[in-house]
Design a protein around this ligand. Sequence first.
Ligand SMILES: [Zn+2]
Length: 501
Amino acid sequence: MENVMKEHNQRGEQSAGWGERWAQFKRRAPLYRRALREWGRIHGRRIAHQLHNAVAGNRAAGPAYFLVCAAALGVALTLTTLYSPSYAVTLDGELVGVVADAEMVQEAIQTVEETGSTLLGRDYQVEGDLEYEFALTLRSDLTSERDVQNYFYQQLDSVSGELRQYQVVVDDQIVGTVKDEDALEELLADFKDRYTTENTVSAEFLDTVSILPVYQVEDLMTVREMEEALEENQGGSTTYTVVAGDTFNAIAYANDMSVSDLQALNPGVDINRLMVGDVLNVKERTPVLSVQTVEEVTYTQAIACPVEEVEDSSMYIGDSEILTQGVEGEEQVSATVTYVNGQETERTINSTTTLREPTTTVMAVGTREKPRTASTGSYQWPIYGRITSYFGGRYIFGSYSYHSGIDISASYGAAVCAADGGTVTYAGYRGSYGNLVVITHDNGTQTYYGHNSSLTVSVGDKVYKGQQVARAGSTGRSTGVHCHFEVRVNGTSVNPLSYLP
Ligand SMILES: [Zn+2]
């Protein structure tokens, strides 16, 4: 390609300023635009003409010829899609950029000259020999308007030395711009230092951080503001306040987490006892700029005791007893641990050295079949019905009364069953209880069944869970047929509802 325009300007020659040079360029540019259009017209028409002949069944045009024409047209289309007619712009032989629109260069120069004149308080002009050379350039390789402007700002910067600012870009996201480059470097170093310990072997930003020199930015940040912007959480809200009707599962689902993830973030929370107003952690904080550190650490940890089991036919299956308690061992571990913003994300054990072997724990395990009447440790309802009176103290008509169990309404003669397996330790009439059965379970806990019409067990009987022990009635101090059910732990009555399923 030939030069579209070549202009030389003597340094310091005011009469041939940029405005004049631009005017000269503009005068000549149409000639070249016309030449380019002409070339495209001639070649385009020739290809179209040949293509037309091929389609029209011209004898000279066989299928192979058609293919060649189609290929040529394809190449031409591809070239115009990918490539753009452009100008390589140089200043004193140094490349400023490659632009499709030469006018944009002139506008950039004007902007910089106006800014420079204002800042310096005197007339400022971009100096040097500016040349435009025609070229075909990949569209993706064209220089942006900002970069062209920055090129000229840099020249102004070398004169005034106070214009440059520094823009921080994290993963293609512009965070902001500051003036003080040293303070910015210090801030970024400090970000890494926060997570650095004596064991740290590397500290890196997890994101791509670029610092770009920029000019004439209006909204400058202080370094402190930049710090806040980099620390800002970008993962949305990190907590959730429980409202009526919430369940742990629903909250986990709504936050795109598994229940175990949600539990891990809320170690102190009982997932079955959420209260309205409870605040749950639903996300880790994700600052704009994250730091990944790697530490090499050495520490000691316990080695669990191996367990040796000894069968014991005097004990029930499922029961066990420690005969000899072993002593835990100790080992030294060396590991590589990765953290993101101080939170451990990965741990690789490199080596372990045993400092002290553990000793064996010897445990007796039962082999005897459990009788059906053994306690299971969990209760069932003695009879199913509406609860007409709850456990605990209450005021009725101004006087205090204490109810030692719960009353379950029943129909006369219905089966009252053992809440769990055990031994009948009372079966007979006892004052206000009326006809009462007391069952003592294997761990010493007792259950009471009162007001029965008749009993179906005797003292000393072994009963299994769910076995009938009485028929419902209204004996003793009672109004209406019901079962008074009571649970006593170490002789003290407790709320049966805490034990029933
Ligand atoms: Zn009662």
